[in-house]
Design a protein around this ligand. Structure first.
Ligand code: S3P
Length: 439
């Protein structure tokens, strides 16, 4: 464990670029591995989670190399031609790698074992086991439907229409990926729209995907057995990583920061809407499309934030950004109320419990509820910070570590975080970038 104290910061200034989008990077590696021929991926996030996906795709037969130019080159094995892995697939900390690959392998005729770290091994997999079992795959999971687990794929698998019981892009994607190698049409109905990178990118790789409506709900149908064609993928900057710098610039007086090349897909942009609702000055510049995804440069200036009631319908489009939104709320004037966030309890950590405890430790006034937090802001006054000898528990969760790092920038005595190592799962350059922006 490597602890670190994040201390009061000078204003964040200049231009920065955040690394590539994690969700898009996973998908780019997976889909390239299914297309026969060479795909290239530019801007791939080189964080531990994505590297776990790359390692798994290699075990399944893809040839994946990183060029000296930073461009990744993938020679796909072809859909249906993946190889049975000889060893367990080690998914590290990554729920996305696990759930999407479980889907992909559910319609391949072999077995695979999935393992992960202590955080991932506590996360629920029944949400994917259930629909994939309906398609014919079978599973031997650890108690409570967790990792380590063994999957036996079905060949051929059976197409289904599955209505998501929880708003989850990972579950949606698992079923669609299983549908890739399944004869017939596999459909997912989502009552609430979740991030749509899978649909967008599969279309880009040449799959036949239809998006329609059924009873006011979004229905996505994929035609198997798909024939994916190699592509040149360009990965935009990750809005979830940008969120830490957006909030940092909003709460540190005197800041004026330009964050370039940030993905602005509406299914991910909830944090920008919520922070604007709180009075945050976030200006979009040069809106453009890169790799089939909307992108913009964001100019963020220090702002007097006001507490707000966050609309629970925004949750799916900012599901990973609540920890850092709670930090913004702790510095705002007045009360911020959040609800409908039960899903935060099954992320890399229980993010409601972890953030309630961490913020309280740093001197914020927080109340934890079953499905959200209520936060009484400081009105712009710096938080006290952690007391001598006390440190915030990261709980193997990168987003808790980075959120509390941001809180430390707007504190009197600094915030000590017990373990910064998990940051490398999604944002290996975080500490360097923070230093360069606040120099
Ligand atoms: C992701 C979906 C979300 C998100 C995760 C990445 C994806 O998870 O929290 O970080 O890439 O599909 P859920 O599907 O569990 O909401």
């Amino acid at each position: 464990m490597s602890s670190h104290t994040f201390t009061p910061s000078s204003p964040l200034k200049g231009r920065i670029r955040v690394p590539g989008d994690k969700s898009i990077s996973h998908r780019a590696l997976m889909f390239s591995s299914l297309a026969v021929g060479e795909s290239t991926i530019e801007g791939l996030l080189e964080g531990e989670d994505v590297l776990a996906t790359a390692a798994a795709m290699r075990q399944l037969g893809a040839d994946i190399v990183r060029g000296d130019d930073g461009v990744w080159r993938v020679h796909g094995a072809g859909l249906g031609s993946l190889l049975e892995p000889r060893q367990a697939l080690d998914m590290g900390n990554s729920g996305t790698s696990t759930r999407l690959l479980m889907g992909l392998l559910a319609s391949h005729g072999f077995s695979a074992t999935f393992t992960g770290d202590a955080s991932l091994s506590g996360r629920p997999m029944n949400r994917v086991i259930e629909p994939l079992s309906q398609m014919g795959a079978s599973f031997e999971a650890s108690r409570g439907g967790t990792l380590p687990l063994m999957l036996r794929g079905a060949l051929p698998a059976v197409p289904i229409t599955y209505r998501l019981p929880v708003a989850s892009a990972q579950v949606k994607s698992a079923v669609l990926l299983a549908g890739l190698n399944t004869p017939g049409i596999t459909s997912v109905v989502e009552p609430v729209a979740t991030r749509d990178h899978t649909e967008r990118m599969l279309k880009g790789f040449g799959a036949t995907i239809e998006i329609g409506e059924e009873g006011g709900e979004r229905k996505i149908s994929i035609h198997g057995e798909a024939d994916l064609q190699p592509q040149q993928v360009v990965v935009p900057g990750d809005p979830s990583s940008a969120a830490f710098f957006i909030v940092a610039a909003l709460i540190v007086p005197g800041s004026d920061l330009l964050i370039e090349n940030v993905g602005m897909n509406e299914t991910r942009a909830g944090i920008v809407h919520a922070l604007r609702q709180m009075g945050g000055s976030i200006e979009e510049r040069d809106r453009r499309v890169i790799g089939g995804e909307p992108v913009a440069d964001l100019r963020v200036r220090h702002s007097v934030l006001t507490g707000a009631e966050i609309d629970p319908s925004l949750a799916p489009s900012m599901i990973d950004e609540f920890p850092v939104l709670f930090v913004a709320a702790a510095l705002a004037e007045g009360t911020t109320v959040t609800s409908g966030l039960e899903e935060l309890r099954v992320k890399e950590s229980d993010r409601l419990a972890a953030m309630a405890k961490a913020l309280a430790l740093a001197g914020a006034r927080v109340e934890e509820h079953e499905d959200g937090l209520t936060i009484e802001g400081s009105g712009g006054e710096p938080l006290r910070g952690t007391l001598e000898g006390a440190s915030v528990q990261t709980r193997l969760d990168h987003r808790i570590a980075m959120s509390m790092a941001v809180a430390g920038l707007a504190s009197r005595h600094g915030v000590n975080v017990d373990d910064t190592a998990p940051i490398a799962t999604s944002f290996p350059d975080f500490m360097d970038l923070l230093e360069s922006a606040s120099r």
